[in-house]
Design a protein. Structure first.
Length: 310
């Protein structure tokens, strides 16, 4: 053996270790507790010096305005379904405990706890994401398993697989129950799928998701939300435990009961076609035509504002 061979072998091993270390470092650590960057306009301490951010305050607190579908690529079927929505629907027993589905949950109220399950080789088998409203905890399978049959049950969280590309975790979610992509009745069907990107920059975790829905959308719907590292933890229930009916916190409380007194039994709050009284209300406040708040792919793009000034 020549004197050069051990040196060459040592260099090869060093390069291999460096490459492996680079790959591991590229996979940012998303495990931990994550809080929202602000209390929103409803829960902030009014009258005091409030320095909190208010990113997406309406979505994360009291909810968006009714009949505000601006920027949502709805087709006619999706718009018709959205316009039937009466917010009193959430007050009947069958809907009181509905969870925020994977098409929406990161945009609404959430305090995330992300954990990882490792195998004997310390490779991640799956991540678990909990802390969204009503606890539709999401499992992200990282072991290469396929998605289940099209006939498998659908859940609020759906079935999710993931992979790392550089410093971003990319996931695909299928098998989601029908739900919504805005908390004002903009619907998502049980045929919707979601691609989600988790990117960490320092103490900021940015989650970007794209909803594909062949029944209600003409184009993909893209949103993002930021979360801030919270080493002190957040108050969410343990994984694999159903939300308690009492004693937990705002994100887990669930009392399936009649919240709105009516004279009719088994009433389903809704609006018939052409009877939604809130059409145009938000548009009037903004000083734009009512059609602008009814959504459609054209309202997603900056060029749409040129139509409003003609």
């Amino acid at each position: 053996m020549s004197a050069r061979q051990p040196v060459t072998l040592s260099c090869l091993v060093a390069l291999l270790l460096a490459a492996t270390a680079g790959t591991a470092a590229a996979q940012a650590d998303i495990v931990g507790y994550w809080g929202q960057p602000g209390q929103g306009v409803s829960f902030a301490q009014r009258g005091r010096n409030n320095t909190n951010y208010n990113e997406d305050a309406h979505e994360r607190q009291e909810g968006p305005l009714l009949v505000d579908y601006l920027g949502v690529p709805l087709n006619e079927e999706g718009r018709s379904r959205a316009l039937t929505y009466d917010s009193a629907l959430l007050g009947v027993p069958e809907h009181v405990c509905m969870r925020h589905p994977s098409t929406y949950s990161f945009w609404g109220p959430a305090q995330l706890r992300i954990a990882a399950e490792l195998d004997a080789n310390l490779d991640v088998v799956h991540y678990t994401v909990g802390g969204t409203f009503r606890r539709a905890d999401r499992t992200i399978w990282m072991d290469g398993r396929p998605h289940p049959s099209a006939y498998a049950p659908h859940t609020w969280a759906g079935f999710t697989t993931g992979r790392w590309e550089g410093g971003t975790l990319i996931t695909t979610t299928t098998h989601i129950k029908w739900g919504w992509i805005r908390r004002n009745g903009v619907p998502s069907s049980d045929q919707a799928t979601v691609t989600t990107y988790y990117t960490r920059n320092g103490d900021i975790l940015t989650i970007t998701w794209i909803v594909y829905d062949p029944l209600y959308l003409t184009e993909p719907y893209i949103k993002s939300a930021d979360f801030i590292a919270n080493p002190g933890g957040v108050n969410v229930a343990a994984f694999d435990v159903e939300p308690a009916d009492q004693g937990n916190n705002f994100f887990a409380l669930c009392f399936p009961r009649e919240e709105i007194a009516t004279q009719e039994r088994h009433v389903v709050p809704h609006y018939l076609p052409g009877e939604n009284p809130f059409v145009g209300e938000h548009a009037g406040a903004l000083g734009v035509p009512a059609e602008a708040t009814l959504g459609g792919a054209e309202t997603m793009y900056p060029e749409y504002k040129d139509r409003l000034t003609r």
